[in-house]
Design a protein around this ligand. Structure first.
Ligand code: UT7
Length: 333
């Protein structure tokens, strides 16, 4: 049995936060943000709109596009660092219930911006072992709930949104997810962390800044480790699988910073059309960024059945991961 990447969906909240608006909130400029990150705008969830609400919308689209009946889903994994509740219940169980699936195995994983790649590796293992047939993998974030809008080092970067994919059993090797690499190094934990708290938690009445509920990042150090780690990781996964970079149809990196993506793309000598870029319009949506980017090329008609994707992520933990994934759904023309 093999695991195939069968379908994709995403959801983006309608409210847009522009660089011009951020200029009024903190000491920054559109020019600085654009030059240093490539970000022009990010989307922000509506009041009362939770991570699970966004995850459900992305999941419904992915299920519909898979052609499967909802009841065929037998496991749900949600990658998020901004869960509805601090400790429990998991956002995945809330998504399951909102989808009307009350008996499936459902759980969250916490691997920050690498969350979707980690969740994909878990889905692949369950499907290949025959334990599950159709796994719904959701990456959903309401990062605005854990962003300090007085800290110019982080608030210019992050946005909200969700993406979802269906990973299904197949007996066709040509459809199989080829390989997934994952790693972590907790020695760098302090580079990017949320000292406390969680979105939608009972701490809402607290001074969230004082309680350490917001993300803190040592941006420049994180940047350097990200470029080094991601470059090594993608070179290694391609070499180990004997696949030249030219065979990649779509390089879909975590959308943290245009300069990081460019450095890794240049190291692989990728052509511009191979590199998927959404950072300009969504900012950094952590665990949601890769499935949101895949959904973008799907909806624009660029993603077709048989296309080979190279996914690549890096985030708090520190964690990282890459994956070689053929698209096995029907593209839109
Ligand atoms: O998604 C998970 C992983 N996350 C990442 O991979 C993010 C990695 N880091 C980054 O993307 C970049 O490091 C940032 C975009 C966060 C910062 O860019 P940078 O080129 O590394 O800038 P820097 O932190 O070295 O700061 C350069 C200067 C500093 O001023 P001085 O000390 O040179 O006077 C900062 O205080 O830019 C200043 N600065 C800003 N200026 C205007 C920092 N943030 C801002 C800002 N607007 N928003």
């Amino acid at each position: 049995m093999y695991a195939a990447f069968r379908s994709i969906g995403a959801y983006v909240p309608s409210r847009i936060l522009t660089n011009a608006e951020l200029e009024v909130m903190v000491d920054t400029s559109d020019e600085w943000i654009t030059k240093r990150t490539g970000i022009k705008e990010r989307h922000i969830a509506a009041e009362g709109e939770t991570t699970s609400d966004m995850g459900v919308k992305a999941a419904e689209l992915a299920i519909e596009r898979s052609g499967l009946s909802k009841d065929a889903i037998d496991m749900i994994i949600c990658a998020t660092i901004s869960p509805d509740y601090f400790c429990m219940p998991s956002t995945a169980t809330i998504i399951a219930t909102k989808l009307g699936l009350n008996k499936v195995m459902a759980f969250d994983i916490s691997a920050a911006c690498t969350g979707f790649v980690y969740a994909l590796s878990i889905a692949k293992a369950f499907v290949e072992s025959g334990m599950k047939k159709n796994v719904l993998v959701v990456g959903a974030e309401r990062l605005s709930a854990i962003t300090d809008y007085t800290d110019r080092g982080t608030c210019i970067l992050f946005g909200d949104g969700a993406g979802a994919a269906i990973i299904s059993q197949t007996d066709k090797q040509s459809e199989a997810i080829i390989d997934i690499h994952t790693g972590s190094d907790g020695a760098y934990a302090d580079l990017l962390m949320t000292p406390n708290g969680g979105s939608g938690s009972v701490h809402d009445e607290l001074d969230r800044e004082a309680a350490g509920c917001f993300m803190k990042m040592k941006g420049n150090e994180t940047f350097k480790v990200a470029v080094r780690t991601l470059t090594n990781d993608v070179v290694e996964i391609l070499e180990q699988n004997n696949i030249p970079a030219s065979a990649i149809t779509h390089f879909v990196p975590h959308q943290a910073n245009y300069r990081i993506i460019k450095a890794v793309g240049d190291a692989l000598q990728l052509a511009e059309e191979q590199v998927v870029l959404t950072v300009e319009k969504y900012g950094n949506t952590s665990g949601a960024s890769i499935p949101m980017a895949i959904n973008d090329i799907y909806e624009s008609g660029r993603l077709q059945e048989g296309d080979l994707m190279l996914l690549d992520a890096f985030g708090g933990g520190l964690t990282w991961g890459s994956a070689l994934v053929p698209f096995s759904g029907k593209g839109i023309r």
